[in-house]
Design a protein around this ligand. Structure first.
Ligand SMILES: Nc1ncnc2c1ncn2[C@@H]1O[C@H](COP(=O)(O)OP(=O)(O)OP(=O)(O)O)[C@@H](O)[C@H]1O
Length: 581
């Protein structure tokens, strides 16, 4: 109990005065003299929550660890040195020297780092983009209609690169606007719907966006539709139904953009009902996920099918571990690599903490205690498996917690769509989910993320907690850990440190898990139901049901035998006793 109290009290708490410097970055500041926007003198002030440039201002030279960030320089250096041994959290300190060597352009040192040959200049405003790159006016107008007034850091850098037809690997933290970073330049390059262009000589879909989950593909489709408003673009969210329609070449030839998960595309390709030879822009969103073992062969097939000699390939993610980056870079031609912030590192506006919960059975009471105190809905809760997500949602509901929903890949399409819709409309306060919700999903208002089950990798952690703290908003992420998870704490602690927050000293003193061991992170065997007591109750019920069924079977057998015997003229004592048989 003593240990429990000691450890459960040791989560990371956000001390605003201690982190004053970071807090200042995210609070509205008066515009500074000499920082007027180029084309709009009236809009000197960028809302702090949308101002992703703020990290970079007044930063020169190599990245410095600030002692005011709550972590001693020495402590951070120690962690970084350990990471050099092969941890997936990349230390970007060397980037500066690469940049110097290769004459690379990086106007925002150590916050946005670009690497490659002839890097197009970043832009400060959307107006400059329109002036210099002639973005079609309807797309430009749709930008401001959607409320996008100033580009985020990744947009400033990635959009010109894509507009210049260069291949790109872009790594930028969760919630920093990567979707628009590729949709805007791709749509701008396409200029107009194919159906409205005269003298077309090459037919077929011109842009293809691939995402790992259907929900994310759906969300990207919606973003794309916003940009396409007012013109007759054919933007297709590839599904069973649309795949059937697109089997007709005449329909297919009028399609501008397809957005899809890999599997369905491959199925259509193999069936000969899809042709990707005219694709000029291929985008992999959540690239590291798409390039992992589960999807790699499908992606390779799709990349090979996009065989146009001028196809532009771009990959985006908030995380890109070394292995995935190598595969990505091999796929790209003369690429530019852009990193915003530190690779595999969440933005500091997500307040991260670790909470000790001893063992699996202690998690539910801990979560119920959490929800018995004031919390900020909507909250996303991550579990490791589908049955556990269902079971936890059920437990929370049975414990009187209102508006709990569940979402996982084992549910029907309609159930999944309904859950997403309830979440988007504020009808769901707590969404219990699995890894399927971890990547890309943009529920703007998510204020808190709870890792009920420990994440399975650093990347999983970064993406899960990245469902909050989006588009400049503050967020909170709580990670439960049990004794079994303790060996992997150090890896998560490193991420927290990289984000400029502090972790308890005892975690820093833990040994660093080996690369082999890290593969086992979060993969402990957990029961399918989150409440063992309920499991016992359920087992009793199953036992009782089996006993009743057995008894019925025996009776039926006996009755059947009696009927047979009666018909055979043999006296049945039970029937004779007036029993019903
Ligand atoms: N220039 C902008 N100004 C204001 N809001 C923006 C801008 N660009 C994007 N956003 C908003 O920021 C939010 C996050 O964008 P998006 O989903 O593209 O992030 P992301 O970087 O792709 O995140 P993830 O890594 O989780 O996929 C969205 O709600 C989007 O509407």
């Amino acid at each position: 109990m003593e240990t429990f109290q000691l450890l459960s009290g040791s989560g990371v708490h956000f001390n605003k005065s201690k982190y004053e410097k970071d807090v200042r970055l995210f609070t509205k500041a008066k515009p500074r003299a000499g920082h007027a926007l180029r084309d709009d003198p009236s809009s000197h002030e960028i809302p702090a929550e949308l101002d992703f440039f703020k990290y970079s201002r007044n930063t020169t030279g190599k990245r410095k660890y600030s002692s005011s960030s709550g972590q001693s320089v020495e402590k951070r250096r120690r962690i970084d040195e350990e990471d050099e041994e092969g941890d997936d959290v990349e230390e970007d300190l060397n980037e500066g020297s690469h940049r110097q060597k290769d004459s690379e352009v990086s106007p925002e040192k150590h916050r946005v780092t670009s690497k490659g040959r002839d890097i197009p200049e970043a832009v400060d405003t959307f107006e400059v983009l329109q002036e210099e790159y002639h973005i079609p006016s309807h797309i430009y107008q749709n930008l401001s209609k959607s409320g996008y007034k100033h580009p985020t850091s990744i947009q400033s850098h990635a959009v010109p690169i894509i507009l210049k037809s260069r291949d790109l690997a872009a790594i930028s933290p969760t919630g920093t606007g990567k979707t628009l970073s590729y949709l805007l330049p791709v749509m701008a390059t396409l200029q107009a719907p194919i159906s409205s262009i005269k003298d077309v000589t090459e037919f077929g879909v011109r842009a293809l966006v691939i995402a790992p989950t259907r929900e994310l593909a759906h969300q990207i489709h919606n973003e794309c539709l916003k940009l396409a408003q007012g013109r007759k673009w054919r933007i297709v969210l590839f599904s069973k139904a649309t795949a059937a329609t697109l089997a007709d070449k005449n329909v297919r030839d009028k399609v501008d953009v397809i957005i899809s998960t890999p599997l369905r595309l491959v199925a259509s390709l193999q069936a000969g009902s899809l042709d990707l030879r005219n694709v000029r822009h291929l985008i992999l969103d959540e690239a590291d996920r798409l390039l992992d073992a589960e999807f790699l062969s499908q992606i390779q097939e799709l990349v090979a099918a996009c065989s146009h000699p001028n196809v532009q390939k771009v990959v985006f993610s908030a995380t890109l571990p070394a292995g995935a980056e190598k595969v990505a870079m091999d796929m790209l031609r003369d690429p530019i690599r852009v990193v915003v912030g530190l690779k595999d590192t969440p933005l500091p506006l997500i307040q991260q903490s670790l909470t000790y919960v001893a063992d699996d059975q202690s998690k539910l009471p801990s979560l119920l205690t959490y929800f018995s105190k004031p919390y900020n809905p909507p909250v996303l809760v991550f579990t490791s498996t589908q049955p556990r997500a269902s079971s936890l949602a059920e437990e929370l509901t049975m414990n009187g917690i209102p508006n709990v929903d569940c979402l996982h890949a084992g549910m029907t399409k309609k159930e999944r769509d309904d859950s997403v819709s309830r979440m988007r409309h504020g009808q769901c306060w707590i969404l219990v989910s699995t890894e399927v919700m971890a990547r890309g999903m943009d529920f703007k208002g998510v204020r808190e993320v709870i890792n009920y089950d420990f994440p399975t990798s650093i990347q999983s952690y970064v993406h899960r907690i990245g469902r909050t703290g989006r588009a400049g908003r503050e967020g909170k992420a709580v990670t439960f850990f049990t004794d079994e998870d303790a060996p992997f704490l150090k890896s998560i602690a490193n991420v927290i440190l990289q984000a400029g927050q502090s972790v308890p000293d005892w975690i820093l003193k833990l040994p660093k898990p080996s690369k082999m061991k890290r593969k086992a992170m979060g993969k402990v065997k957990r029961p399918e139901v989150v409440n063992n007591a309920r499991k016992i109750g359920r087992q009793d019920a199953i036992k009782r049901r089996d006993m009743i069924a057995g008894s019925k079977r025996r009776k039926a057998k006996a009755t059947g035998g009696a009927t047979q015997r009666i018909s055979e003229g043999v006296k049945n004592p039970r029937v004779e006793e007036g029993g019903s048989g």
